[in-house]
Ligand binder design. Structure first.
Ligand SMILES: *Cc1c(COP(=O)(O)O)cnc(C)c1O
Length: 411
C-alpha cells in the first residue's frame, strides 16, 4: 500500500489542470460531520462538499446501499433498464409534482436536459405558423444565477465571467435581474420557450426569490406559454427544510432539476417533469451513457428515504435557528455581516461594506481553526452542512467560526 502522505498538495500543481485552487489540507476520511486530514487532525464540516453530503460522511445506510448494490450490478447502460433507477424514479414521482424522470450525472447535465426539452417542446407545440409567425426558442434566465459549466449552462447562467473566452456561445438566451418582475414582464414574449430560475440563488450569494416574484414568474410563463424550469440543484433534497424548495413557495414548475445532494456524495442528477412535457423527448432525442447508473440510483434511493422523513425535514428547520441565532450573536460582537440570509441549512452571511471581497479570508481562517466552510461569491460566507448534523457539532463549529472571525478582524 502506498503511504497516504506520499500524496501532497504540491502534486496537485504538478499533475492537475489549474482550474481549481484547493486548500492545503487533504482530508482522507470522514464520518458524520467530521473530516480527518492526512495528519489525523479533525475538522468540523459545515461545507458538506458544496451542499452535497446531505447526510454527512459515511452514513451507514448509504454505505450499505453502495456496498450491496456494488456486489450485484454496477452498470448496464440505457440499452437495458435497471431496478434501482426505476425504484428511484418511482419515489421521486410519488414525492413531487413530476410524473416522469430523466437521469443524468450532474447538475449541469440535468439542466442541459431541461433546456433541450424546453426548446424541443416549444418546437413541437408552437411552430411559427401557430405562434403569431415567430419562432419560440428564447430562454430567459437571471443575472447572477448559476446553472453549471457546460457551454449551454454557462451561457444560460447569469455570470458573464464564466463565459469569458469561451465564445461564441449558443444564442437565444437573455438575462434580467432576479426578483425584478417588471424586468421579466418587459422581456418575456411569444418567443420565450422557457424561464429558468433558482428558487434561491446559491452560488450567487444565497438570495431567496420573494414570494411575489416567484408567483409572478409563474403567471408570466403561463400567459406566454413558456415553461418554467426550477433549478433545484442546490436547494433540493431537503436543504431548505422541504424536500424541494418549490414546496415552501407553493409554486410548481413545469420542469425541475436536482443533483448535488441527490446522491449524498455519489454523482447523480435528474430532471423531473410532467407526462405531457416529457412526451417531447421521444426515443433517440436525448441520452446519457451513465445516466441512471445502478450504483448512483441505489445510493440516491437511500438518501431520499431518509431525507423525505418529516422528522429529518423538521430537524432542518430547528438547525436553521441554531445557525442563524449563532451567527447573529457572533455578528453582534464583531459586526462583519450586513445580513444573515437562509433557507433551512442553506445559510449565507453577507459581509458588510468593510469586509466586501474578503469572504475567502474567513474561509482560510476557519480552516486554520479546523472548520470547513464555503463562500458564495467574494462577499458571502456560505454554510451547507449535513442535514443530520448534531447540535453539538453545530455549537462547536460555530465557536470555531467565532475564533476565525476574531482572527480576521484582529481582535
Ligand atoms: C452546483 C450547481 C449546478 C451545477 O451542478 P454540477 O453538478 O456542478 O454540474 C447547477 N445549478 C445550481 C443551482 C448549482 O448550485
Amino acid at each position: 500500500m502506498t503511504n497516504q502522505k506520499s500524496v501532497t498538495r504540491e502534486m496537485f500543481d504538478e499533475v492537475m489542470v489549474p482550474n481549481y485552487a484547493p486548500g492545503k489540507v487533504i482530508p482522507v476520511r470522514g464520518e458524520g460531520s467530521t473530516l480527518w486530514d492526512q495528519n489525523g487532525n479533525a475538522y468540523i464540516d459545515f461545507a458538506g462538499g458544496i451542499a452535497v453530503n446531505v447526510l454527512g460522511h459515511a452514513h451507514p445506510a448509504l454505505v450499505h446501499a453502495l456496498k450491496s448494490q456494488g456486489e450485484k450490478l454496477w452498470h448496464l447502460s440505457n440499452v437495458l433498464t435497471n431496478e434501482p433507477a426505476i425504484r428511484l424514479a418511482k419515489r421521486l414521482t410519488e414525492l413531487t409534482f413530476a410524473d416522469k424522470v430523466f437521469f443524468a450525472n450532474s447538475g449541469a447535465e440535468a439542466n442541459e436536459a431541461a433546456l433541450k426539452l424546453a426548446r424541443r417542446y416549444a418546437w413541437e407545440h408552437y411552430p411559427a405558423e401557430k405562434n403569431n409567425g415567430v419562432e419560440k426558442n428564447e430562454i430567459i434566465a437571471f443575472n447572477n444565477s448559476f446553472h453549471g459549466r457546460t457551454l449551454f449552462t454557462v451561457s444560460v447562467g447569469g455570470q458573464a465571467k464564466y463565459r469569458e473566452g469561451f465564445e461564441p456561445v449558443p444564442g437565444g438566451i437573455s438575462h434580467v435581474d432576479y426578483n425584478d418582475l417588471d424586468a421579466l414582464a418587459a422581456k418575456i414574449s411569444d418567443k420565450t420557450c422557457a424561464v429558468i430560475m433558482e428558487p434561491i440563488e446559491g452560488e450567487g450569494g444565497i438570495i431567496p426569490a420573494t414570494q411575489a416574484f416567484i408567483e409572478g414568474v409563474r403567471a408570466l410563463c403561463d400567459k406566454h406559454n413558456a415553461l418554467l424550469i426550477f433549478d433545484e440543484v442546490q436547494t433540493g433534497v431537503g436543504r431548505t427544510g422541504a424536500l424541494y424548495a418549490y414546496m415552501n413557495y407553493g409554486v410548481t414548475p413545469d420542469i425541475l432539476t436536482t443533483a448535488k445532494a441527490l446522491g449524498g456524495g455519489f454523482p447523480i442528477g435528474a430532471m423531473l417533469t410532467t407526462d405531457e412535457i416529457a412526451k417531447s423527448l421521444v426515443i433517440g432525442t436525448h441520452g446519457s451513457t451513465y445516466g441512471g447508473n445502478p450504483l448512483a440510483c441505489a445510493v440516491s434511493e437511500a438518501v431520499i428515504d431518509i431525507v423525505s422523513d418529516p422528522a429529518v425535514l423538521e430537524g432542518v428547520k430547528e438547525k436553521n435557528k441554531l445557525f442563524v441565532d449563532g451567527l447573529n450573536a457572533i455578528n453582534e460582537k464583531y459586526a462583519v455581516f450586513e445580513e444573515v440570509r437562509s433557507a433551512g441549512l442553506l445559510v449565507g452571511g453577507a459581509l458588510n461594506a468593510q469586509w466586501h471581497g474578503k469572504a475567502k479570508d474567513f474561509l482560510m481562517a476557519a480552516q486554520h481553526e479546523k472548520l470547513m466552510i464555503l463562500v458564495a461569491g467574494p462577499s458571502v460566507i456560505r454554510f451547507t452542512p449535513s442535514l443530520v448534523i448534531s447540535e453539538d457539532d453545530i455549537k462547536e463549529g460555530l465557536s470555531r467560526f467565532e475564533k476565525a472571525v476574531a482572527t480576521v478582524v484582529g481582535q
